[in-house]
Structures are given as structure tokens and as C-alpha cells.
Design a protein around this ligand. Structure first.
Ligand code: ATP
Ligand code: MG
Length: 585
């Protein structure tokens, strides 16, 4: 049996041996002979004819395959050589370049499809190939995001004007993902999740953009959470301290003061060199407007960006809002700043995502949420971090808010988010209605990393407070039976009632950490037992005024050392005794 080997130029002996070995193995036991031929029309490579088997690894075939030509590739090359007077190699090179270009154009051409279903902010597209998950699509000028990649269709969500998208609208893939404007020019502005101004203050002049989805900082890029983010709310700063770079959930039923805590925290960042981003998700426009109004009143918009998607915005807009806010905060964080970001609230975000997923025909799971509801929030909250010093040491502290129904923190979305965050501030309707505001449930609230960020003075005074309050809450249940109390229990009750009273705080009245430490010190030392419970709030006010007028040195001492030294404690106690004498007179 004879095997023909055809090449453009003759093969070396070594190459021949290699081929012969392969075919000798194939035809074991048979006698085979080889005939080597040269034929320039194969251009390059190798054509082997083995009886009825045809092994065509020639450049001629590959060039011919790239795009159909009427003329065989070898003829084109010959013609090019003659016409342009170039070498055969250059002619092949040129032909290859043309083919590759043609191939690319062909791919571009098929990166478009047609809408065959449109409704409730969701479109389904036929004929669109080669798109990525999360890619930005252009449906005749309207922005959409590809979320479902299936064999025969692509499901996408429409971001702006969904009425413009009809069946038959041509959709093109852009190769990019959605970006938002970022930078310091955004401070003081209220914008939509796509970065359009919503405050009537004219066009935005942002310095750059950032994709709304980005990977979270890796482990080596992170530093330790070790400096406090003061909320100005005594109950929180003392018992559930938050560190810069931490994620602390604010959770509670409707109308329990969740938004107010976030608002006060933003107001308290004044002059502390912290930028704030507030993301409103599915809130009433009036609520957001009142929020911005209060920020303006306290001069806090100067360092704040508000990203707003209201309840009347489509679910896709509500869905991207927190990611857009996060990208804006990330820009600040990576430029070395400390940022506070509030997501108000993630329950509405989950509901918007559920609506979208069901319209995209994804299978529903528990509570009809799609299977990736955990990932929805974990990838968002993981982006909050304290960066290492090599990366500039910036931080992003996240305060997500979640609304519960009838105090049920074991529902699907709340448990998910509790497991992602570093602790939660649990607000209770019962306490709120009883006038304990902020309505903090001390037993169910925790901060898993913040205490390492507390200053020394605060650590000293806050430890016992938590215990006092928990004991008080337990005892108060028993006293409802009206039984006789021994003096020790009575003292615990008196002390707990005063501590609770001391931790009540008005709206928009943040306290700095020095005042907090002094007030808590007095409480902890049980000095308030001389003041009737119903007078505590007036005592607090008058004492604060007296302290500001006469006790500047205590404030100064704590500010410079971060601690309340032994000597300062003794002096402070004398100072308080003196005031109590005046007060009780
Ligand atoms: P929603 O569920 O509607 O979002 P929310 O839990 O965010 O409500 P807020 O809007 O913060 O609650 O507060 C509800 C009401 O309680 C507001 O009118 C607010 O002024 C009042 N409030 C909140 N905190 C305090 C406080 N510490 N002292 C007095 N009033 C407060
Ligand atoms: Mg609210």
C-alpha cells in the first residue's frame, strides 16, 4: 500500500521518519511505502492521502475555510504576488489579515437580536449571540442588562424608558457593563441609579465612571477594623460599637426608627472627614425628600451623595440602585477616604429582585425568591471593607437596613443578611411605642467586630451598662406580679430604669464621644439614683449645659488621652456631686 505525502517544500529526513512511524503504527503488519511530493499550491502544511483516508492539514484549506472565496487561496496568493510584486510570504500574510478582519466583522454583525417579548421591565430577545452575563444592551437607544443567557434566547431587564421597547426592536450587545459617574463632584447631589441628576441642580460634571458590579477587595487587600465610626447615638456607640469598614445591619418592623438611625449617623459625620452615600430603594419620594431636607438643614449634604430609586421606579432600577451607590462609595474608598454607605432598605431590594426573576421565568424557591437571593446581597455587602495601608487605608462602612414583619427576624431575607453582616441593631416596636427611642433591643443586638475599635474610655464605661440593662429587662417582667422586692432587686430596678432613661435620645441630636463617656460614667457609678426617674431627661440636658460651661477640662482630657484616668474620675465625681447639690436644691 502506498501513502502519498504532499507538501509545499520538501520535508527533512527527520520529519519523514516521524510521519512514517505514525502510519506504520496505523497499518500494523501490512507493508507500506511512502511517496513524497512537492506542490506549491498547498501553500503550507501537509496533505496525506492514505488510500481512501484524506488528512488535509494544509494552509490552503485553512485559508479557504475562513470565508468562502470564488477563487482558490493559492490562486489569490499568486495573483497578489504578481500584481503587487511582493514575496509569497507577504502575500499569504496579507490574505490572512484580510480573512481575520472579515471574520471579526462577521462576529460583530451577529451581536444583535430582536425583542419578542416585552413587559414589566423585562424583555426576551431572539438571535442575540455572544453576550455576557450582566452586559449592557442597547435596545434602540434604551439601556438594558442581560441577565438570562439561554440556548435560544436572552432575557434582559430594561433600565430606562421601557415603553419605547416593542416586539421587533433590534437589540445590540455593547461589550460593556453599566457604569455610573463617580467622584467628589457628586457630593451634595441627588442622582438616579444611572447617574442622572434628580435634584434640579443642573447637569453632573463627574470626573470619571465606574462599573456598578465589581469584585470585593481580596483578603490581602484588607486591613483590620480598628477605628470607630461614631454614630452619635449613645446606646449604639456604647453597646453596639461600629468600626470603620464594618457592616452593621439595622433591622426592625416598620416605623421603628430605622431610617432615623441612619440619618443621625450621617449628620454626626460632620467635620469628621467621612463621606456618606445614602441609597434609597423603593422608598416613597416624599420620604426621600424629607430625608434630603433634613440633611440640608444640618449642613450634611456637603459630604453626602443620595442615590434614589423611588417606589414608582421599575424593579430593574430598584435592583441596580445599591450596586450603583456602592460603586460611588468604592471610588472614595480606593482614593483613601472613609465612606459610610446606607442601603435603605434591602427587603425592598429583595422584593424588586424577586419580581424581576419571576418575570424572567427563573424558578421560584423559598418565599418565591429565586435561588441566588443570598448572592444578591453577599456580593454587595462584601464590597464594604477596610483597605490595607498599601492600598491607601480607605474604608467603606455599610449600614444595610432590613424591615421585618411582626418582629420575625428568622424570615428568609433577614436571616440571610444577618449571616452576611458583622452584627445587627435590632429595633422593637414595643419599645418604640413605650417611648424608648431609639428602640434598641439590647439582648438581640450585637456588633461582632466593633468593640476592638472602641476607645479606651468608652470600653471602661460601657461594659457594665449592657449587664445593667439586660438584668433590668429580665427583672421588670417579674415585678409585674406586684410581689414584694428585696433591697438589692429594688436597687437593680432603679438603676436599670435610670440607665434606660439615660440612653433615650432625641432625633437629630447626636452626642460626641466625650459627652457620651461622661454621661455613661455617671450612670455606671449609680450616681443617678439621687435623681427621680422622670427627671432624668431634664437632668441630662441641664448637666450637659453645666458641663459645657464649667467642665471643659474633662472633655479635653478624654479628647487628648482617649481615656478617663483615675484622677479624672475622682475629680469628675466631685464635679457631679456639686451639680447634684445645686440640682436637687
Ligand atoms: P419605615 O418602616 O417607614 O421606613 P423607619 O423604621 O425607617 O420607618 P423612621 O422613619 O426612622 O422609621 O421613624 C419613624 C418615626 O419615628 C418618624 O416620624 C421619626 O420622626 C420618629 N422617630 C424615630 N426615632 C426617633 C427618636 N429617637 N425620637 C423621637 N422620634 C423618633
Ligand atoms: Mg425608613
Amino acid at each position: 500500500m502506498e501513502i502519498r505525502v504532499i507538501t509545499a517544500s520538501p520535508l527533512s529526513e527527520q520529519e519523514k521518519r516521524k510521519i512514517e512511524k505514525v502510519f506504520a503504527d496505523k497499518h500494523k503488519g501490512e507493508s507500506v511505502s511512502f511517496r513524497y511530493e512537492s506542490d506549491s499550491s498547498v501553500i503550507g502544511g501537509l496533505l496525506i492521502i492514505d488510500g481512501d483516508d484524506f488528512y488535509d492539514a494544509t494552509l490552503r484549506r485553512q485559508l479557504g475555510n475562513l470565508k468562502s472565496h470564488d477563487e482558490p487561496a493559492s490562486e489569490i496568493i499568486k495573483r497578489k504576488c504578481k500584481e503587487k510584486g511582493v514575496s509569497e510570504f507577504d502575500a499569504i500574510h496579507e490574505l490572512l489579515a484580510e480573512k481575520v478582519q472579515g471574520y471579526k466583522n462577521e462576529r460583530d454583525r451577529i451581536k444583535a437580536g430582536r425583542v419578542y417579548y416585552s413587559g414589566d421591565g423585562v424583555i426576551r430577545i431572539h438571535g442575540l449571540n455572544d453576550v455576557r452575563y450582566d452586559e449592557l444592551l442597547d435596545a434602540d437607544g434604551v439601556k438594558a442588562i442581560a441577565l438570562n443567557l439561554e440556548e435560544n434566547e436572552v432575557g434582559a431587564i430594561v433600565l430606562d424608558d421601557e415603553d419605547k421597547v416593542k416586539a421587533g426592536t433590534i437589540v445590540r450587545a455593547t461589550g460593556n457593563i453599566v457604569e455610573v459617574p463617580v467622584g467628589e463632584q457628586l457630593l451634595g447631589r441627588v442622582i438616579s441609579p444611572l447617574g442622572e441628576p434628580m435634584d434640579g441642580l443642573g447637569a453632573l460634571s463627574a470626573s470619571g465612571t465606574r462599573p456598578i458590579e465589581a469584585p470585593a477587595p481580596a483578603i490581602p487587600d484588607r486591613g483590620k477594623v480598628n477605628s470607630p465610626l461614631q454614630t452619635g447615638i449613645m446606646a449604639i456607640d456604647a453597646m453596639i460599637p461600629i468600626g470603620k469598614g464594618q457592616r452593621e445591619l439595622i433591622i426592625g418592623d416598620r416605623q421603628t426608627g430605622k431610617t432615623s438611625i441612619a440619618l443621625d449617623t450621617i449628620i454626626n459625620q460632620k467635620g469628621k472627614n467621612v463621606y456618606c452615600v445614602y441609597v434609597a430603594i423603593g422608598q416613597k419620594a416624599s420620604t426621600v425628600s424629607a430625608f434630603v431636607h433634613t440633611l440640608n438643614e444640618y449642613d450634611a449634604m456637603k459630604y453626602t451623595v443620595v442615590v434614589c430609586s423611588t417606589a414608582r421606579d421599575s424593579s430593574p432600577m430598584q435592583y441596580i440602585a445599591p450596586y450603583a451607590g456602592c460603586a460611588i462609595a468604592e471610588e472614595f474608598m480606593y482614593s483613601g477616604k472613609d465612606v459610610l454607605i446606607v442601603y435603605d432598605d434591602l427587603s425592598k431590594h429583595a422584593v424588586a429582585y424577586r419580581a424581576m426573576s419571576l418575570l424572567l421565568k427563573r424558578p421560584p424557591g423559598r418565599e418565591a425568591y429565586p435561588g441566588d437571593i443570598f448572592y444578591l446581597h453577599s456580593r454587595l455587602l462584601e464590597r464594604a471593607a477596610k483597605l490595607s495601608d498599601q492600598l491607601g487605608g480607605g474604608s467603606m462602612t455599610a449600614l444595610p437596613i432590613v424591615e421585618t414583619l411582626a418582629g420575625d427576624i428568622s424570615a428568609y431575607v433577614p436571616t440571610n443578611i444577618i449571616s452576611i453582616t458583622d452584627g445587627q441593631i435590632y429595633l422593637e416596636s414595643e419599645l418604640f411605642n413605650a417611648g424608648v427611642r431609639p428602640a434598641l433591643n439590647v439582648g438581640l443586638s450585637v456588633s461582632r467586630v466593633g468593640s476592638s475599635a472602641q476607645i479606651k474610655g468608652m470600653k471602661k464605661v460601657s461594659g457594665k451598662l449592657r449587664l445593667d440593662l439586660s438584668q433590668y429587662r429580665e427583672l421588670i417582667v417579674f415585678t409585674q406580679f406586684g410581689s414584694e422586692l428585696d433591697p438589692v432587686t429594688q436597687r437593680m430596678l432603679d438603676q436599670g430604669a435610670r440607665a434606660t432613661e439615660m440612653l433615650k435620645q432625641d432625633l437629630n441630636a447626636p452626642l460626641d464621644v466625650e459627652h457620651q463617656i461622661i454621661l455613661l460614667y455617671i450612670t455606671m457609678k449609680e450616681m443617678l439614683l439621687k435623681v427621680p426617674v422622670n427627671k432624668i431627661s431634664s437632668f441630662k440636658k441641664q448637666f450637659t449645659d453645666y458641663l459645657d460651661a464649667n467642665g471643659g477640662k474633662f472633655i479635653e482630657a478624654i479628647r487628648s488621652t482617649g481615656d478617663l484616668t483615675m484622677e479624672a474620675q475622682i475629680e469628675l465625681e466631685e464635679f457631679v456631686e456639686k451639680f447634684l447639690e445645686l440640682y436637687n436644691r
